[in-house]
Design a protein around this ligand. Structure first.
Ligand code: FAD
Length: 610
């Protein structure tokens, strides 16, 4: 057992956690700051590994349109209003107001943002009115992670790799520490590999829970541990039904947005059927359907607010029937006529062209169009074993990409437990149902800095409380009991079951019946004994997934309307979701652990910009 005392413990080594650790140390160099991460520093979590067409970091800079000293206010309004007015407006203000500082800090650390005449080039992302997205290319997040890791190494911050935090400890309602496990130990030795952290301040930066879905674009290990440990400790969670989902390649995890859809590929199942039109209402012509496919390029995440969600519903329903779905670039979709794309879409296509192959080739195949508008995507896929030139197709599914909700935070990243903070993707309240692209990377930087500073200042006035041997022995015996279970459900099987249940009920087609059935099953699984069949951390992650799933299902059942990615249907057979209900549902759902179990209640978000 290793006992470590510190002023601030940061859990997670992604963009948010790294920024918080740096801020805490820069604010009070004499403070003891410890950062733990499940994997290797700079190699685990989403920030360190994510990649897409062009990854976006949102910021209203001095030159950002429409200009003026209050331009950041429009950014704040976008976060709140496009978000569906189910988030806290004060948090949106903080995000937007501090975005320029966050950008300049990263720029100074050497993140290679693309610039012209010394100014960051910015583009428009899903759901934004102005071009605010700064980028380095497909690896913006990775570049941010690398720059922050370089900075961390210059500072006297203790980093513990391969350490999984499994529980938070409180006394009289205040945070006093955490238990962790060294993930490199064999299961049998796990009770000897316990970390005991005695600290009055913990900042959770554990990212999202993409692994609750069969298809997701997260790296391994993203099981929502932060949500689960915070819930168990008594924190509130919010907006857990709003999970960003969209079409991605199952083999490479590439989001199939932008040019991948603007090339208008054939969308076929494994019987070669072009099934899309079947799912659209009769009044839509094939030309309308292809215009929606084109528009899907700019509306990648599933959202109630854009009719392109019918494409995601169609693909989801096909895969749920056990079929596989592909994007085929080798020939045009049935009856496709380039001229029938709307003038707006054709203009957008023209603006995106980097090569002109000529009209005849352009109208001949989606592959030619992709060559004209994004040759690098063809090269990128080829390097990963998908050769579109040779007729390979891209298998796609609706994948989980981001949790917009999480542990409910206040203006300092603080939670309702004194001493507990949450930042980045594991925090909630700063984003609504829709999250304009680019604001997730931003949010980790802004609230990372704020929470890091707040926690280290709080540490000045708080004492370290000893974790009693009684408490440690109780934890040890729980671990021993888990290891010695021989009867019950194997952790690997349980994980698979959770992913099936959640994909079936809480992906993009949500009905009350399916959700209730899923909730009952998850609750039954929660009380079953688990057999450790890989290692103890894997089994504990699976337990966390059960708690997260219960929260998501509960929130989905309660919200009886559609909003953002929450598509609610009267019956599974319907392809048109029920409507959005404003103002009745301009509320968020707060989840908390109570004596009798999981409590969920509707609350009015803060609607005051600051
Ligand atoms: C493919 C993809 C594309 C994206 N594109 C964009 C984009 O263009 N713009 C944008 O703004 N956002 C984008 N996002 C979202 C954004 O990248 C993430 O929300 C963000 O990087 C999350 O950062 P984080 O620091 O909160 O978490 P992460 O970077 O995921 O880090 C979590 C850390 O916590 C650690 N951890 C987890 N559990 C524990 C535990 N129990 N104990 C110890 N450590 C633990 C992990 O090991 C990891 O170090 C994208 C996401 C994906 C997957």
């Amino acid at each position: 057992m290793r006992k470590i005392q510190c002023n601030v413990l940061i859990v997670g080594g992604g963009g948010a956690g790294l920024r918080a650790a740096i801020a805490a140390k820069e604010k009070r160099p004499e403070a003891k700051v410890v950062l733990v991460t499940k994997g290797k520093l700079g190699e685990s979590g989403v920030t360190a590994t994510a990649c897409s067409d062009r990854m976006a970091f949102h910021a209203t800079l001095e030159h950002t349109e429409p200009g003026g000293k209050d331009a950041w206010m429009l950014h704040a309004r976008d976060i709140y209003e496009i978000g569906g007015e189910v988030s806290d407006a004060n948090l949106a203000s903080i995000l937007a107001r501090n975005a320029a500082d966050a950008f300049h800090y990263l720029d100074k650390l050497g993140v290679p943002f693309v610039k012209k005449d010394g100014k960051a080039v910015q583009f428009i992302t899903d759901g934004s009115d102005y071009a605010r997205a700064c980028f380095t290319g497909p690896y913006t997040a990775v570049h941010i992670e690398q720059a922050l890791v370089r900075k961390i190494r210059e500072l006297d911050i203790m980093v513990i790799e391969h350490c999984m935090i499994t529980r938070l400890l409180t006394k009289k309602g205040e945070l006093i520490g955490a238990f962790g496990l060294d993930m490199q130990f064999e299961t049998q030795e796990s009770v000897n590999s316990i970390y005991v952290f005695e600290t009055p301040n913990v900042i959770l930066a554990t990212g999202g829970a993409g692994e609750i879905f069969r298809h997701n674009v997260y790296p391994e290990g993203m099981t929502g541990d932060g949500y689960a440990v915070a819930y168990e400790a008594g924190a509130e969670l919010v907006n857990m039904e709003f999970i960003q989902l969209g079409l991605a390649s199952t083999k490479t995890k590439l989001n199939c947005s932008g040019s991948m859809m603007r090339a208008v590929p054939r969308i076929v199942n494994d019987s070669g059927e072009e099934f899309l039109a079947k799912y659209f209402p009769k009044e839509y012509s094939l030309a309308d359907v292809y215009n929606f496919v084109f528009q899907k390029g700019a509306s990648w995440p599933v959202t109630y607010e854009h009719t392109t969600h019918i494409i995601d519903i169609a693909i989801y329903k096909e895969t749920q029937k056990g079929r596989r779905v592909y994007l085929d670039y080798s020939k045009n979709p049935d009856n496709f006529d380039f001229e029938k794309l709307s003038e707006k879409n054709k203009q957008m296509y023209k603006n995106e062209m980097s090569v002109d192959l000529g009209y005849k080739l352009r109208i001949k195949s989606p592959l030619n169009r992709l060559k004209e508008i994004n040759q690098p995507s063809i090269d990128w896929l080829k390097a990963r074993g998908i050769d579109l030139e040779q007729g390979d197709m891209v298998e796609v599914a609706v994948c989980g990409q981001h949790f917009q909700g999480g542990i409910r935070i206040g203006e300092q990243g603080n939670t309702c437990i004194p001493g507990l903070y949450a930042i980045g993707e594991c925090a909630g309240g700063q984003h609504g149902a829709n999250r304009p692209g680019g604001n997730a990377l931003l949010d980790g930087q802004v609230f990372g800095k704020i929470a890091g500073e707040a926690a280290v200042i709080r540490a000045l006035g708080t004492n370290i409380v000893e974790i009693t041997s009684q408490e440690i022995n109780k934890y040890k015996s729980e671990l021993l009991e888990l290891i010695s279970n021989k009867n019950g459900i194997h952790a690997s099987e349980l994980k698979k079951q959770i992913q099936e249940i959640m994909t079936d009920s809480a992906s993009i087609v949500r009905t009350e019946n399916k959700l209730l059935e899923a909730l009952t099953t998850i609750r039954e699984l929660k009380v079953q004994k688990i057999v450790v069949d890989k290692d103890i951390c894997h089994a504990l992650e699976t337990k966390m997934m059960l708690i997260v799933s219960e929260m998501v299902l509960n929130a989905c059942i309660t919200r009886k309307e559609s909003r953002g990615p929450h598509l609610f249907f009267e019956r599974y057979e319907d392809n048109i979701p029920v409507g959005r209900r404003d103002p009745e549902w301009q509320h968020y759902l707060v989840i908390k652990k109570e004596k009798d179990g999981m409590m969920i209640c509707k609350k009015k978000p803060v609607n005051r910009f600051v």
